[in-house]
Design a protein around this ligand. Structure first.
Ligand code: HPA
Ligand code: ZN
Length: 338
């Protein structure tokens, strides 16, 4: 099953580039930039990856991204992740990045954009991985700060597919960002938002009604509200679910309690994603494996989850058709497993 899941063509719709920073690269960049990390070794850092909740993780995540300073740093971060994508047959990616986490430290947004875009472009030509890039607003900051970063991103609007909303969910409802999302949509960008990871189901409805999002990131707490569940099914609204993340951040106690299969069986357009793979113990293949073992997700259901990702992606129609063809071809050559 590991070989099947690793060689299955996959699509990643929920990954934070800053969350792909592996401890080894974090130390290398710290050395390169003369930054002292509050950990003596890679092992000491890894030992700190025990999170009580989302906020405990975010504290370490912001500390970690402080090693990113030059264009080359952002290139190396993005490129090393894309090579992992290649090794796991991830063929289309829609990563997030958090520019406010960098401009707040005095890094020019041009530096961030140049490094990330160069790596994504190299991946397109050298690895055959297509992409759509998503700029995320940090929801623990105010809407004016989000407006300001959207204005700073203006020269790269044609390189961005969508805006998103991440960071501390509780106490930061979607309505706080209604104006900046409206402005982004006026500029022709699509929209996504983290909702219903730790926050209540009304944050999901709020993201749909007030931010007019095209996808919900996480959304697993929708299951607490039957009307909302029916709405997600009726509208075929995609949820970008992140199984390993949900266990590491204690959204569910154990994988056997995860609701992704229930949602899939009820007809919700759920997808599998990795969130912050360097911190949560796995990339795309490991997330599929994590569902196979305790939840008994079958090979056929795994394919169905990828179909959902293709349909939910922001790839253009030509690329979507290509992705469907690739998956179909893979399924046909693995009939014995299905
Ligand atoms: N949730 C919210 N914000 C985030 C996450 C997450 O899992 N990862 C990085 N920023
Ligand atoms: Zn996330």
């Amino acid at each position: 099953m590991y070989d099947f899941l690793n060689s299955m063509p996959k699509v990643e719709l929920h990954v934070h580039l800053e969350g792909t920073l592996e401890p080894e690269l974090m130390f290398e960049l710290a050395r390169r930039n003369g930054i002292e990390l509050p950990f003596r070794s890679v092992d000491a850092l890894k030992a700190a990856y025990q999170f009580e909740d989302l906020q405990a993780f975010l504290d370490l995540y912001y500390q970690g991204m402080a090693v990113l300073r030059s264009e080359q740093d952002f290139y190396d971060l993005t490129w090393s992740w894309l090579q992992r994508c290649k090794a796991q047959n991830v063929v289309h990616v829609e990563p997030f990045f958090d520019p406010q986490g960098h401009t707040a430290r005095g890094i020019d947004i041009a530096t961030v954009m140049a490094g990330i875009l160069r790596a994504l472009s190299d991946a397109e030509s050298q690895l055959g991985i297509s992409h759509k890039l998503i700029l995320c607003f940090l929801r623990h900051l105010d809407e004016d700060s989000a407006m300001d970063i959207l204005a700073q991103a203006e020269p790269w609007l044609d390189k961005l597919a969508a805006v998103g909303l991440d960071s501390s969910e509780r106490g930061n409802p979607p309505g706080k960002f209604a104006r900046v999302f409206a402005r982004a949509r006026d500029k022709g960008l699509l929209a996504v938002a983290h909702a219903g990871e730790e926050g209540p189901p009304d944050y999901i409805s709020g993201a749909l009604d007030l931010l007019r999002v095209d996808r919900i990131d996480h959304g697993v707490r929708a299951i607490e509200c039957s009307e909302l569940m029916q709405r997600l099914i009726d509208e075929q609204m995609p949820l970008t679910v992140c199984p390993l993340s949900n266990i590491r951040l204690r959204v569910f106690e154990q994988m056997a309690d995860h609701n992704i299969v229930t949602m899939l069986e009820q007809g919700v357009r759920v997808t599998v994603n990795s969130d912050d793979p360097a911190y949560f113990g796995g990339y795309m293949t490991e997330n599929f494996i994590a569902l196979y073992e305790p939840l008994g997700v079958t090979a056929y259901q795994s394919l169905q989850l990828v179909v959902n990702s293709i349909e939910a992606s922001f790839a253009d129609d030509v690329r979507k058709a290509e992705l469907r063809r690739q998956l179909q071809q893979f399924a046909q050559s693995h009939q014995q497993v299905l």
